[in-house]
Design a binder for this molecule. Structure first.
Ligand code: CA
Ligand code: CA
Length: 254
């Protein structure tokens, strides 16, 4: 193809369309720790075996509910099941965790005590798919099962928040595992963006019905699969390029 001024301009315009989506999701594999993520509470990245739980070779983000100060898992000492050295954020009565997520008071349930969250804001196009792998672990298999610790996904576009109950530790997914933990195993989830724009995607884990009996939520392989443009749209762009190329050649043919 001979690059006339018009075709060059057309290609430059197409490049600018691509560049307009600069704020893509960053480091959904946590290879750089939490440097591209916002975190609140007990959040860290881990890999390998933790307390006998095999998290796999690749890094995963781990959200927890264990205090560093109080013995949430007595007789284990305070902080025994806290990986980050940071305390979870209390919910009721201060609603700190809900406020951090841009949610109204008690949105995470009337009886959520404390929890942790992770978040990233990025641009997304309508029809794109967000996928991720999650895993829920808990030391709570007793008195709190009526109001079990819970994992949430918050989908916030322009302040319009859709709160999705991802799972709770009373789920039938939970199976007895090593070291006194119940384990959901790694679960895959996919959600489709109904509209384009800036998306703040957050995951949260709450300690429900008490501050005790620690739970963990792991997150890995967060990815965005862009929507595929309509074939007619591609054809129109290509037709436009061909017409512009021909228009540019005419003076040379006369
Ligand atoms: Ca706790
Ligand atoms: Ca708990």
């Amino acid at each position: 193809m001979k690059f006339t001024t018009r075709t060059t301009l057309a290609l430059a315009a197409l490049s600018m369309v691509t560049l307009a989506h600069a704020a893509d999701l960053q480091d959904g594999g946590f290879s750089q720790g939490l440097s591209h993520w916002q975190a609140a509470g007990d959040v860290s990245t881990q890999s390998g075996a933790v307390w006998g739980i095999n998290l796999g070779a690749a890094p995963v983000a781990v959200l927890g509910t264990a205090s560093t100060v109080y013995d949430d898992d007595a007789p284990a000492l305070a902080g025994s099941y806290n990986l980050s050295g940071l305390n979870p954020i209390e919910t009721a009565p201060t609603q700190g965790l809900e406020a951090w997520l841009g949610l109204p008071a008690q949105a995470l349930g009337n009886n959520a005590y404390e929890g942790s969250a992770i978040s990233q804001t990025f641009d997304i196009t309508a029809g794109s798919q967000v996928s991720f792998d999650w895993r829920l672990l808990t030391r709570d298999n007793g008195s709190n099962q009526g109001e079990p610790d819970a994992a949430w996904l918050s989908w916030n576009q322009g302040g319009n928040v859709q709160l999705i109950a991802l799972a709770n530790v009373g789920s039938g997914l939970m199976q007895a595992s090593t070291g006194g933990w119940l384990d959901s195993g790694v679960q895959h989830a996919t959600y489709t963006a109904q509209q384009g724009g800036t998306l703040t995607l957050s995951w949260a884990l709450t300690d429900v019905n008490s501050f005790s009996n620690t739970s963990l939520l792991t997150l890995q392989n967060v990815a965005v699969t862009p929507s595929v443009p309509e074939p007619t749209g591609i054809a129109l762009v290509l037709t436009g390029l061909v017409l512009l190329t021909r228009a540019g050649r005419r003076p040379h043919q006369s």
